[in-house]
Design a protein around this ligand. Structure first.
Ligand code: 6PG
Length: 466
């Protein structure tokens, strides 16, 4: 009794895999699941070097863990988290630590932190990225909570996290809901990059008639370049996969109606609340929503036919798209990371963006070679408000501006939606505009609502009888 290093509630694939990962690193671990089969299967998966115990009894489970206890929940976000917390509470003691490892909404985490802290229990919200494989062999982990209590968790988390150049992809990020907020924005960026890849695939396929092999080769070769990233790597793999039944590429047989669990939407919603502009993420969420209106899209496709057969040689199209892709990808990260900076000030997170870039370099879904450049940019200037203001990043993006403009024009000419490409370019053009036409908007507000305006030539607030 009371000698296990770590406990996990929820022995679905993620929970089980993370526990096995901990056991691989020599930690003794206990798992709790009300489903007896899941509790038993944990022990069945263990090898002779592992110290693992699975149980369905909450009281027994809690007593197994070394004090102060470290217990993680890997259960679906929302009500299940609250009900697990309630079932654990009668058995916990002051100083114990509860870590929610799911994609919980950050405001729920704030509420839970308050309730549990009042009882002397340290509550952590920790985003975990990398899916099932990541959990088993090295995820990226984004913990937020009490800094002193983190010391109890640190050796375990550092051992199991993905490593890049020997550095673990986990670090203490800040108090309260910091970890969940960072993971939420991670997912917003994930949505936008996935949509960017999908738009590239669409234009090359529908607009320029690339065949399956050509499409696959594009992503495979990009993954060997400065675009090296997990999402491009898996896209190349996906495009290769043949359907067992028909021999066709499996992807071409998958329905084009996307699902989502909500983290992308939360990113956009909160970005609006704190006035952090992230149009690329907004449009990625919107495109998933438009995909759901399949029947209406089919009808509209007949009402508004459009075709454009213009063509150029494939090699030059790929080269232009590659530059445009890099440009857009960087500008997506720039928006998400700027949102983190704004949120950090708004919610007092005290976030260090260099650390965020560091732990996103490996293990997570948005891991990419370019994260190392972001880390350097934030290291060089810890107060950098936006990656677009880093001079090294600017000199690369300047060589690619022309390409992204050409690519967006291509989409417009061909009538193929390039929502994320174009929204990102609009964001970029707005951000690099010394003057914007918002003076006119201010005048209009004053005209119809007497909302007043400021002038550029003198101090004060003015109203005009227009
Ligand atoms: C990760 C993923 C993970 C999950 C997303 C999917 O970082 O490992 O982001 O958290 O796969 O929640 O999100 P949607 O269902 O909203 O696409």
């Amino acid at each position: 009794m009371e000698n296990f290093d770590f406990g996990m509630v929820g022995l679905g694939v993620m929970g089980r895999n993370l526990l096995l990962n901990m056991a691989d690193h020599g930690f003794s671990v206990a798992g709790l699941d009300l489903d007896a089969e899941k509790a038993a299967s944990l022990e069945n998966e263990a090898n002779e070097k592992h110290t693992i115990k699975g149980t369905t009894d909450t009281k027994e489970f809690v007593q197994l863990i070394k004090k102060p206890r470290a217990i993680m929940l890997l259960v679906p976000a929302g009500k299940p988290v609250d009900s697990v917390i309630n079932s654990l509470l009668p058995h916990l003691e002051e100083g114990d630590i509860v870590v929610d490892g799911g994609n919980s909404f950050f405001e729920d985490t704030n509420r839970r932190v308050e309730t549990l802290n009042a009882k002397g229990i340290n509550y952590f919200g920790m985003g975990i990225s990398g899916g099932e494989k990541g959990a088993r062999f090295g995820p990226s982990m984004m913990p937020g909570g009490n800094e002193n209590a983190y010391e109890r968790l640190r050796p375990i988390f550092e051992a199991v996290a993905a490593k890049v150049d020997g550095e673990p992809c986990v670090t203490y990020l800040g108090s309260g809901s910091t970890g969940n907020y960072v993971k939420m924005v991670h997912n917003g960026i994930e949505y936008a990059i996935m949509q960017l890849i999908a738009e590239t695939y669409d234009v090359l396929k529908r607009g320029f008639q690339f065949n399956d092999n050509e499409l696959q080769e594009v992503f495979e070769s990009w993954n060997q370049s400065e675009l090296h990233s997990y999402l491009i790597e898996i896209t190349a793999d996906i495009l290769k996969k043949e359907d067992d039944l028909t021999g066709k590429r499996l992807v071409s047989l998958i329905s084009d109606t996307a699902k989502s669990k909500g983290t992308g939407k939360w990113t956009s919603q909160n970005a609006m609340d704190i006035q952090a502009p992230v149009p690329s993420i907004d449009l990625a969420v919107t495109m998933r929503d438009i995909s759901k209106y399949k029947e209406e899209r089919v009808t509209a496709s007949k009402l508004y036919p459009w075709s454009d057969a213009s063509n150029t040689d494939k090699a030059s199209i790929v080269a232009t798209f590659k530059d445009a892709f890099y440009f857009t990808m960087v500008t997506i990260y720039a928006q998400g990371m700027a949102q983190l900076t704004i949120a950090s000030a708004e919610f007092d997170y005290g976030l260090n963006l260099e650390e965020v870039a560091k732990i996103w370099r490996g293990g997570c879904i948005i891991r990419a070679k370019v994260l190392e450049d972001f880390r350097k940019a934030y290291k060089a200037n810890t107060a950098l408000p936006n990656l677009l203001l880093d001079s090294n990043i600017a000199s690369t993006l300047n060589t690619q501006q022309k390409a992204v403009r050409e690519v967006v024009k291509t989409g417009i000419d061909k009538g193929i939606p390039m929502a994320v490409f174009s929204a990102t370019l609009a964001y970029f053009d707005a951000y690099r505009s010394e003057t914007l036409p918002t003076n006119l908007i201010q005048a209009q507000r004053d005209y119809f609502g007497a909302h007043k305006y400021e002038r550029i030539d003198k101090e004060g607030i003015f109203h005009t009888e227009w």
